[in-house]
Design a protein around this ligand. Structure first.
Ligand SMILES: [Cu+2]
Length: 321
């Protein structure tokens, strides 16, 4: 009968397939397997999930210290990032609300009213302990409906996870709910950092440099912070990956990257710009990592500080097919 023959043939095929698979595993030389895995960028499995649906950070409250990889899913309709602020002993989210937020609000309101000088002067009211906050990395700017994967090393302590991108009204997301306390415990995660495919050096003196041409496909970028400083807007330099459409304006992007500009860091982002993550502010000497899957096209690395072009903190590059 035709049907029986067909079944028999399929069964034979299945047995052959299973046998072959088994056989291959047994006889494949070890070197060959190692060679294959070296070519492939493996995605991390042990991750801390962070999700934004509106003006929120949904994640666990307590994480181990040491190397941690964050998978930040931005399901909202706005561009966000997250920065991990390590607070000095005894200071908490309550102090952020009472001592810091009002100062930023007052300063920003004055800048928005066109009173830039008075606005900047208002920041003198920041408490002394503000200078003791250690910005400890996090995900760079990430577009709506995109996911950023970032690996950083954290010391034990009390942190605030924050995003200070601004609403169209000029209000910081930090004041809209994007500030979440995270406890980093003494217990070490036991994780090791990933192996980078491209090594970036970030410096306030030499700008952004990297060790090889950037090719399409999955990449793991390491970001070494050679030196660090507060720029004109009090912010340290970080590293963001951006996809630029042909019609995107580099000048508009440069201006947008300064929160102290009345139009800066306000969503929506300039036309033709898609943020793809990166590594947020970290102290000098630190290294962070981020993952990206690149398609051919025009991209840039840029810091979230003013005057990036002249500081060499805005590097445009092509990913060729
Ligand atoms: Cu935000």
């Amino acid at each position: 009968m035709k049907n029986t023959n067909q079944t028999y043939f399929l069964l034979l095929l299945l047995i052959c397939f299973l046998f072959n698979c088994k056989n291959e595993k047994k006889t494949a030389p070890k070197e060959e397997i190692t060679e294959v895995t070296e070519e492939v960028v493996e995605m991390p499995v042990n991750v801390i999930n962070v999700v934004t649906r509106a003006m929120d950070f949904q994640s666990v409250d307590t994480i181990p210290s040491g190397w941690n990889t964050f998978k930040y899913e931005n399901l909202s309709n706005e561009t966000h990032f997250f920065l991990l602020d390590k607070y000095p002993e005894g200071k908490t989210a309550e102090n952020a609300i009472t001592d810091i937020a009002p100062v930023f609000e007052e300063g920003m309101d004055l800048i928005n009213e066109g009173k830039a000088e008075e606005g900047f002067a208002a920041f003198a009211k920041l408490p002394e302990w503000y200078g003791d906050i250690v910005f400890s990395g996090g995900a760079g700017l990430i577009a709506p409906k995109h996911t950023a994967i970032t690996t950083v090393k954290l010391d034990p302590g009390y942190y605030i996870m924050e995003c200070y991108v601004k609403m169209p009204s000029g209000k910081f997301h930090t004041l809209m709910g994007m500030a979440k306390p995270i406890m980093v415990t003494e217990e070490d995660s036991g994780n090791t950092p990933p192996k980078a495919t491209v090594n970036i050096t970030l410096s306030g003196v030499d700008g952004i440099t990297y060790d090889k041409g950037i090719t399409k496909g999955k990449q793991i970028f390491s970001v070494f912070v050679k030196d660090q400083k507060a720029h004109e807007n009090f912010i340290w330099h970080d590293l963001n990956l951006v996809k630029l459409e042909d019609y995107a304006s580099e000048d508009e992007l440069e201006a947008w990257m300064d929160w102290s500009d009345p139009k800066g860091l306000i969503t929506p982002v300039p036309n033709g710009i898609t943020f793809l993550g990166g590594v947020n502010d970290m102290p000098a000497g630190s290294t962070g990592y981020f993952y990206a899957d690149l398609k051919p096209g025009k991209y840039a690395f840029i810091s979230e500080v003013p005057n990036t072009k002249s500081k060499k903190l805005f590097k445009v590059f092509d990913v060729i097919d």
